[in-house]
Each structure stands twice: as structure tokens, then as C-alpha cells.
Design a protein around this ligand. Structure first.
Ligand SMILES: *[C@@H]1O[C@H](CO)[C@@H](O)[C@H](O)[C@H]1NC(C)=O
Ligand SMILES: CC(=O)N[C@H]1CO[C@H](CO)[C@@H](O)[C@@H]1O
Length: 215
């Protein structure tokens, strides 16, 4: 609850200069996870630990227009996990005063960043920065950061950590945009080396066809 109120406050502050309306932001969770999708965006540089968890989808006719990331800062001598979670923010027809968030399974460490939004349009592809497996006695962090491309073309980079390298861009959503997320998470390791988020994939949904009548 505190998280939700925090997110609403941030949104209200961000939109304050543009309009007086207060944004409504609600966690959709898995309530819409049976939404139909047209393809799945994947990358090939995810890490090996953990399992795919569960999909969360934006409600019908909503698409992802922004995101925030949960990042654990540098722990120096202690166990680092870097990126722990990605939260997508969904809107319908670009109406940013009425929003839902989805995030699949996220890790337990670090703080959520303020949301970043496409200037217009929707999220259409992504790439992730991943630190490769550090060997038996190393400290694994797996996913460190993420970039998204918007349909209006700019790329947005999350405020993640710097270990590892970016891989290739995923394919793009065509005729719609990103509408769902599923994370691959290493479960909590009870004092052993945690890496938290290891990979992520996103669903593409098609925009509803509007029937046009010709006379
Ligand atoms: C945005 O959506 C809300 C809730 O459906 C609606 O009340 C509001 O009028 C919409 N705003 C615009 C600019 O369409
Ligand atoms: C709950 C579950 O399915 N756990 C599996 C996750 O993946 C590892 C291998 O990476 C399996 O050993 C677990 O059984």
C-alpha cells in the first residue's frame, strides 16, 4: 500500500506541470493474464539461475507506455543483486491519467525508481545488460539494467547498475506494443549468493481493429 501511494505521489508530481489532473495508478497483478497476445519478445543473453515465474498483462486495450526498475545499489563487500524487478505502466489510448502497473515476480532488494515514459507512443522492444556467471566463488548479479525503444523512436534506459554488457535488441512488436511481462527469478538463497532477476520476456498485443464502413 505504501508503495502504491508512493507511486501515485510521484506520478502526480511528474504530471503537475502539464495538467492539474491527478493520475490514477493501480496494480493490475495477474488479473488480466489471460489476455490474448500476438508474439513474445525475448533476448538471448539472460542468465541461467531460477525459473520463469508468471505472466502479468495490461488490461484489454492498454499498452505499456513507461516503466520503473527496482535496483539494489552497490553493496561493496557484500552480496550484490543489481536489477531486481521491472514494472511496466500501462495506459489506454495515451491517457496517462488512468494507469495500471504490472511486474510479474520481482526480487526483494533495492528501491523502485521514479517511472520513465515514452514522450508519446508505446514500448515496442528491449535489450538487457547482463553480468555473466561469475563462477563458483563469484558474486552473481545477472541482469543489471534494461533499455526500451518507444514506437515514437527514442530509447529509454533504466537507472540500473553497470556490471556486464548489453546484448542484442529483441524483435519489435508490430501493429501494437508491449502489453505483458514475465520474469525469470532466482528464489531467495538464504545467505548464499543471490542474483535475483536473471532474464525477462515481454508480450506483444495487437491494437484492436476498428471497423470502417465504406459507402
Ligand atoms: C482518461 O481516462 C479517465 C478514466 O476512464 C477519464 O475519466 C478521463 O476523462 C480520460 N481523460 C482523457 C483526456 O481522455
Ligand atoms: C519450483 C521450480 O520449478 N524450481 C526449479 C527451478 O529451476 C531449477 C533448475 O534451474 C530446478 O532445479 C528447480 O526444481
Amino acid at each position: 500500500m505504501a508503495n502504491l501511494l508512493g507511486a501515485v505521489a510521484v506520478l502526480a508530481a511528474l504530471s503537475g506541470g502539464l495538467c492539474e489532473e491527478k493520475a490514477f495508478l493501480q496494480r493490475a497483478g495477474a488479473a488480466f493474464s489471460n489476455r490474448e497476445y500476438s508474439s513474445l519478445l525475448t533476448v538471448n543473453n539472460g542468465e541461467r539461475f531460477g525459473n520463469w515465474t508468471w505472466p502479468e498483462m495490461c488490461p484489454d486495450e492498454f499498452f505499456a507506455v513507461g516503466f520503473s526498475v527496482r535496483v539494489e545499489s552497490n553493496q561493496y563487500g557484500s552480496d550484490d543483486t543489481a536489477l531486481n524487478g521491472i514494472r511496466l505502466i500501462c495506459s489506454k489510448d495515451g491517457n496517462r491519467s488512468f494507469l495500471y502497473s504490472i511486474e510479474s515476480h520481482t526480487g526483494y532488494f533495492g528501491d523502485w525508481s521514479p517511472p520513465q515514459y515514452c514522450p508519446s507512443g508505446v514500448l515496442t522492444s528491449f535489450q538487457i545488460r547482463v553480468e555473466p556467471h561469475q563462477g563458483l566463488f563469484g558474486d552473481d548479479t545477472a541482469v543489471n539494467s534494461i533499455k526500451f525503444r518507444c514506437s515514437s523512436n527514442p530509447t529509454l534506459e533504466g537507472t540500473g547498475m553497470d556490471w556486464g554488457e548489453y546484448g542484442h535488441w529483441s524483435q519489435e512488436c508490430h501493429g501494437g506494443g508491449i502489453c505483458g511481462i514475465e520474469s525469470k527469478m532466482e528464489e531467495y538463497q538464504y545467505g548464499l549468493d543471490d542474483s535475483s532477476l536473471n532474464d525477462v520476456r515481454f508480450h506483444c498485443c495487437a491494437r484492436a481493429q476498428r471497423v470502417r464502413w465504406r459507402v
